[in-house]
Design a binder for this molecule. Structure first.
Ligand SMILES: [Zn+2]
Length: 457
C-alpha cells in the first residue's frame, strides 16, 4: 500500500514538473519569440539581420534614411547623412541597441506573432517609420563637432519632437568597422548613442541645480554678497576657482561661473536638500524615450565629506549627467517647470503604443528665476550675438576628467523664441573650454533647428 502511495506521489510530481516545464516553454515563446526570430543566427532570415524586406525609415521631411531592395538593407545615398543619423537609425546588426532598427525591428519587418516571418511576402508587410529628426540638422551638428567625439541633441520643448540627435564617433552602416585590438580606442563607444546612453561629469552646468536649490531654500540668497579669492578651504580642503572674482552676488556668480559661490552654497544647503533638488530635476532618474531608457545621471553624496559636498555643487566629485537628461532639464525650465518628454518618432502607429508624457521638474516660480539667470548668462557673459537669430538662455561647463587629458566641454540651454521653442545639450569630449568648443556646436545645431520650426509655421 505504502509503495503504491509513494508511486502515486512520484507520478504526480513528474506530471507537475512536465506541466510547469511546458508552461515555461510557452511563456518564453510568447514573450521572447519576436526577439529570437530577429537574431542574425536565425537561418530562416535572408541576410541583413532580418531587414531584407523591412519597411522604410524616413526623416521628418520624407528623406529616406534606410530601405530594403533586392534583399539588401540600404541607407541614404549621402555618406554624411548615413554617419550623422546612424545612432538614431541603426545598422543591420543590433549593436546599437537604442536605435530604431533595433527597438522597432518587429514593427519594421512586419513580424507576426502566429506566423513569425513565415507568411508569404505578399501577405507580410514591413511597416515604415517616420522619425522626427531632420537629417540636414543632424548633418550640420555632425560637421560642427569637427571630428571630436561627443553628443548633440536639440528638441522642441513644446511638442517633444527631437529634431537633431548626433553621437560620435560614428561609422558608415554600409561599411561597418571590424573592431580589432589595434583600432579599439579609435572606435571607443561607437555602438553607444551618447545622447541617450552617455554619462559625463556635468561640471558647471550643474550650477543650475545648486542655484535652484539655493533659491528654494535660502531666504534672501539673491541679496547676499559672496567673496571669491580664487580658492577657499571648505571642510579642511581647498575648493579652487578659475579666476579671482572678488565680491559678487548670486546672479554674477552664475554668469561668471564662480566655483566658490556654488561650492559654498552646496555645503550650506547640505546633503538632503541638494539631493532632493537634484533628483527632482532629473538626476538618478532614467527617462523612457520611445521604448528605450536614458542612462541615469548620478547625484549621490551619501558618503561625501564637507569638501566632497562642496565639489558636488559645481558638478564634480562623483556627479554624472546624461545629455538627453540635461536637455530635458532645460526644456522644463523653458516650459515653466514642466518637461514635455522628448520623442524621436513621428509615425502615429508607434506613438499610440508609446506614451512619452510630461513630468514636473521645477516649481514655476523657480523656473522663472532660472530663466532670468540663464538669460543673463548669455547677454552678460557669452554675448547675445552668439546665437544670431535666437534669444537663448544657457550655461556652459568645463568638466575636468583628469589623467592629463583636456576637459569635456558642455553647453546646455534653450531658446525663448515662440517660433523656435528649442532646448539643447551639447557635450564635446576632451574639447577643452566649454564656451569656445561646445558653443559653436550649439549655435550651429540650434540655428539649423530654428529654420525647421519656423518653416513649419
Ligand atoms: Zn570665483
Amino acid at each position: 500500500m505504502t509503495k503504491i502511495h509513494f508511486r502515486t506521489i512520484l507520478v504526480l510530481i513528474i506530471a507537475l514538473a512536465v506541466i510547469f516545464g511546458m508552461g515555461l516553454f510557452v511563456y518564453r515563446i510568447v514573450s521572447n519569440s519576436s526577439e529570437w526570430i530577429q537574431h542574425t543566427y536565425n537561418g530562416h532570415l535572408s541576410g541583413n539581420g532580418g531587414l531584407a524586406d523591412a519597411g522604410i525609415i524616413y526623416d521628418r521631411n520624407g528623406n529616406v534614411l534606410a530601405y530594403s531592395e533586392d534583399k539588401l538593407r540600404l541607407y541614404n545615398y549621402d555618406e554624411v547623412t548615413r554617419l550623422s543619423t546612424l545612432h538614431v537609425v541603426g545598422d543591420d546588426s543590433m549593436n546599437i541597441s537604442s536605435a530604431v532598427q533595433s527597438s522597432y525591428r518587429s514593427y519594421l519587418t512586419g513580424y507576426n506573432f502566429f506566423f513569425g516571418l513565415g507568411l508569404p511576402k505578399t501577405l507580410r508587410k514591413g511597416n515604415d517609420i517616420t522619425l522626427n529628426i531632420d537629417s540636414n540638422a543632424c548633418n550640420t551638428a555632425y560637421y560642427a563637432l569637427d571630428g571630436y567625439n561627443g553628443a548633440v541633441v536639440v528638441y522642441n520643448y513644446k511638442t517633444g519632437e527631437v529634431l537633431c540627435s548626433v553621437s560620435t564617433p560614428t561609422y558608415d552602416p554600409l561599411n561597418p568597422p571590424e573592431l580589432t585590438e589595434e583600432n579599439e580606442s579609435e572606435y571607443d563607444g561607437i555602438y553607444v548613442d551618447k545622447v541617450l546612453a552617455g554619462r559625463y561629469a556635468p561640471g558647471s552646468t550643474f550650477k543650475i541645480v545648486t542655484l535652484a536649490c539655493a533659491l528654494e531654500n535660502i531666504p534672501n540668497v539673491e541679496n547676499e554678497i559672496f567673496t571669491c579669492n580664487g580658492a577657499k578651504k571648505i571642510g579642511g580642503k581647498e575648493v579652487t576657482c578659475m579666476h579671482i572674482h572678488g565680491d559678487l552676488n548670486l546672479k554674477e556668480g552664475l554668469s561668471q561661473s564662480c566655483n566658490i559661490v556654488f561650492a559654498e552654497l552646496a555645503e550650506r544647503l547640505g546633503k538632503d536638500k541638494m539631493t532632493r533638488t537634484a533628483e527632482k530635476m532629473g538626476f538618478n532618474t532614467s527617462y523612457e524615450i520611445n521604448g528605450t531608457y536614458t542612462a541615469k545621471g548620478n547625484y549621490n553624496v551619501a558618503k561625501a565629506n564637507k569638501n566632497d559636498l562642496a565639489w558636488s555643487g559645481i558638478g564634480q566629485y562623483t556627479v554624472e549627467a546624461n545629455p538627453m537628461q540635461m536637455a530635458i532639464m532645460c526644456g522644463a525650465i523653458a516650459n515653466g517647470g514642466t518637461a514635455i518628454l522628448p520623442d524621436e518618432i513621428k509615425s502615429n502607429a508607434i506613438k499610440s503604443i508609446v506614451n512619452n508624457g510630461q513630468k514636473n521638474l521645477i516649481s514655476s516660480d523657480i523656473a522663472q528665476k532660472l530663466d532670468e539667470y540663464m538669460r543673463y548668462d548669455v547677454t552678460n557673459y557669452y554675448g547675445d550675438d552668439l546665437f544670431p537669430s535666437l534669444t537663448v538662455c544657457a550655461k556652459t561647463g568645463t568638466a575636468e576628467v583628469g589623467e592629463g587629458r583636456e576637459p569635456h566641454a558642455w553647453m546646455i540651454g534653450y531658446a525663448q523664441d515662440e517660433d523656435a521653442p528649442l532646448a539643447f545639450a551639447v557635450i564635446v569630449e576632451n574639447g577643452g573650454y566649454g564656451y569656445s568648443t561646445a558653443g559653436p556646436v550649439a549655435v550651429a545645431a540650434m540655428e539649423a533647428c530654428a529654420l525647421i520650426t519656423r518653416n513649419n509655421q
